[in-house]
Write a protein that binds this ligand. Sequence first.
Ligand SMILES: Nc1ncnc2c1ncn2[C@@H]1O[C@H](COP(=O)(O)OP(=O)(O)OP(=O)(O)O)[C@@H](O)[C@H]1O
Length: 261
Amino acid sequence: MELRCDGVSAALGGADIVKEISMRASANAFVGIIGPNGSGKSTLLKCIYRVLKPSGGTIYLDDSPLGALSYKESARKMAVVAQHNYYNFDFTVREVVMMGRAPHKKQMERDNAEDVEIVSDALRQVDMEAYGDRIFSTLSGGEQQRIILARALAQRTRCLILDEPTNHLDVKYQLQLLSLVKRMELTVVTALHDLNMAAMYCDYIYVLKNGRLCGSGTPQDILRRDFLKEVFDVDVKIIRDAQSGMLHILYLPPRPDKTEA
Ligand SMILES: Nc1ncnc2c1ncn2[C@@H]1O[C@H](COP(=O)(O)OP(=O)(O)OP(=O)(O)O)[C@@H](O)[C@H]1O
């Protein structure tokens, strides 16, 4: 499944936050969106997962404009791991993951044996099968994040949208989550802060600054010293591992401002 944004803009509180963004995640590609705080990554993703209506442009899933699909139809094609997940009721973990099955069911249709199996499978994939009966709100931030991924996996979609999915996760589970998603060969669009994770997992990266696209390319194209300085205002050293060819970004502390002395 391909996901495409054609000149997408979004406004919030009367301000233009996302400005004419065009991007594409081809079938089964792992695409990262990076950029400084407030650059518009979440806002663009919210347009993609339909909690925000773009003020301009069109988003396509394959050849269907999102607006032509019902919410249920798009939820059968695209699952989301958003940044904040709160429930007003004390749902168990299993109930939360079962919500991922809703787009595949008629109103009031009961959960069947296949749903139960899919939910158990999703919990197993995120290493949380022992937590099924726990109350979701009592889990730690990282545990909740893994359950929200399980809910998205239980949706069994070909496209996955992730907004900072590694927030709250310790390094083992950061690697586990991104490796799991990568192995599944879905079309993935994810906002990421960690540039080393972006280097490891992304096939292609889009860079946002002040709501505009300011670069795109493979990790090798994008993760360059001068460009990262320009976008993030940080000094870095880029190291390429001789064996794996993998890029590592070493952050250098800011130099003291000479005028301060
Ligand atoms: N409801 C709102 N009204 C006005 N401005 C908003 C609203 N929601 C978000 N913004 C602003 O839009 C800008 C982009 O926010 P967004 O959350 O998309 O950025 P981001 O790139 O995801 O940031 P971060 O890396 O900090 O998560 C920010 O400056 C934010 O303050």
